[in-house]
Design a protein around this ligand. Structure first.
Ligand SMILES: CC(C)(COP(=O)(O)OP(=O)(O)OC[C@H]1O[C@@H](n2cnc3c(N)ncnc32)[C@H](O)[C@@H]1OP(=O)(O)O)[C@@H](O)C(=O)NCCC(=O)NCCS
Length: 164
């Protein structure tokens, strides 16, 4: 297994992996397969070119099997936010997500960040437990934050970790 930053020429593999993750676990993400599958190449290339964020990928035997992104946002410019974390189901439980978290934390530190945040959907128990196990603590709960396709609303959690 190798973890590395995605570069622009990886865009199709990154897109295909993210679309597969969205199909496998639609409830785990705020993005939907329907909206992401119609984005054109420029969208994916622009994201990989952005200087205020990075996408990291886990590679097994030349295949992209896991990913996670981190970005600085204007809302809290000193604390980057991790999102789009996912590992293909057959590769889970092997520590790939943990390494994807570590890689993004290292990138955040290299950019001078002292904390990192992430949003997780409250009923995604696996991801919440995973975040807690990796040192993330609940900062705020947003009730009925996201509307699902079935019309129901779900809560999201904002979690944070100190890097120093
Ligand atoms: C959450 C997810 C990324 C975890 O990926 P993974 O590669 O299986 O995680 P890892 O193997 O790196 O697990 C690292 C640690 O978390 C623990 N862990 C993983 N799944 C867990 C679970 N369901 N409950 C409790 N702990 C769990 C592992 O035991 C491991 O602990 P250890 O280091 O002490 O052995 C994966 O389940 C996934 O892709 N889910 C669908 C998408 C998703 O929910 N993304 C999160 C959006 S915020």
């Amino acid at each position: 297994m190798e973890i590395r930053e995605a570069i622009v020429k990886d865009w199709e593999k990154v897109r295909d992996l993210y679309l597969t993750l969205l199909r496998e676990d639609p409830q785990a993400f705020v993005d939907t397969y329907e909206e992401m599958s119609v984005k054109d190449g420029d969208y994916w290339i622009n994201r990989l070119e952005k200087k205020d964020g990075k996408t990291f990928i886990a590679i097994d035997d030349n295949n992209f099997v896991g990913m996670g992104r981190i970005n600085f946002y204007d809302k809290f410019p000193e604390i980057p936010v991790m999102h789009k974390l996912g590992v293909l189901s057959e590769y889970r439980g092997k520590g790939m997500a943990k390494e994807l978290v570590k890689a993004r934390e290292e990138w955040a530190k290299s950019r001078g960040a002292e904390k990192v945040r992430l949003y997780v959907i409250a009923d995604n128990v696996t991801a919440v437990k995973f975040a807690e196990k990796n040192g993330y603590k609940l900062l705020e709960k947003f009730e009925n934050d996201i509307k699902r396709d079935n019309g129901k609303y779900t809560d999201t959690l904002l979690m944070e970790k100190d890097l120093i």
